[in-house]
Design a protein around this ligand. Structure first.
Ligand code: PLP
Length: 261
């Protein structure tokens, strides 16, 4: 279902979602908070989608790997919290975001639906298991104190603010402040974001440094959408981020001049 930068990639009305359900539909999938949008769905929004699933007998698969990365005092609602929805709720999780363990191959799905979990176990047993070292490291991470998350959220919120402030100062950019994960999708006043990224990497630098961002087009299911949008990830420390945003803003200004936009 297409969502838009103009309204922070908010969920469409239920009637619009229901129009896309057909006899082949088995599940609705949400990413909450979202990659690439950083959008967080409120309890009301999540319950609204769960209600649609209940009415149409669908599973709701909720990817919640960023669920600790929630800002501005908001809270996260898991699909597992929806009452009376136990047989339909499937939560997807991973250790790689919350423990900054990018590359760790440890994830899981959680559901109270016994038949579904039994089928999942069969699939799991048909494959090799996740790497032993990763399992041991993930197990150790689980014992980190809550203060680890409090510090992490404070740090990431200030990184988000830095990047959002910098991107909002650029004329013609469309971008709402995201409330979660560590990404921002911005619509830029150019025709082709991928061409801009390639140009930044090949032809632009300040003191021999440049920046890399992900063209958002690849995240859309509909061909042609998101062509002038970019996903920025704010995973660097603030000093480097600040430098990166300066390079990005100056690069964009120069690119716009070069293209005569
Ligand atoms: C929304 C979402 N789900 C799942 C994953 C997969 O995590 P991993 O393969 O690191 O466990 C990612 C990684 O980028 C993600 O963004």
């Amino acid at each position: 279902m297409t969502t838009y930068a103009e309204d922070g990639f908010a969920l469409p009305p239920s009637t619009e979602i229901e129009k896309l359900i057909n006899p082949k539909t088995k599940a609705i999938m949400l990413c909450n908070p979202g990659n690439p949008t950083g959008t967080v769905y409120s309890k009301e929004e999540l319950f609204r989608v769960a209600e649609i699933c209940k009415q149409h007998g669908l599973y709701l698969i909720s990817d919640e790997v960023y669920r600790e990365f929630i800002y501005d005092g908001m809270s996260h609602t898991s699909v597992l919290e929806v009452p009376g929805f136990e047989d339909h709720a499937i939560m997807v999780d991973s250790v790689s975001k919350r423990y900054s363990a990018c590359g760790a191959r440890i994830g899981c799905i959680v559901s109270r639906n016994k038949a579904l979990m039994e089928a999942t176990l069969k699939f799991a047993q048909a494959r090799l298991c996740p790497p032993t070292v990763d399992q041991l490291a993930a197990n150790a991470c689980v014992y980190l104190p809550d203060s680890y998350f409090a510090e992490m959220v404070t740090e990431y919120q200030s990184r988000r603010d830095l990047v959002f402030d910098a991107i909002s100062r650029i004329d013609g950019v469309v971008c709402k402040k995201p409330e979660g994960a560590f990404y921002i999708v911005a619509k830029l006043p150019i025709a082709d974001a991928e061409d801009f990224v390639i140009w930044l990497l090949n032809d632009f630098n300040i003191d021999n440094e440049t920046v890399m961002a992900a063209p958002a087009e690849g995240f859309y299911a509909t061909p042609g959408l998101g062509k002038n949008e970019l996903r920025l990830a704010y995973i660097l420390n603030k000093e480097d981020l600040s430098k990166a945003m300066n390079i990005f803003s100056r690069g964009l200004a120069e690119y716009i001049k070069l293209k005569g936009i």
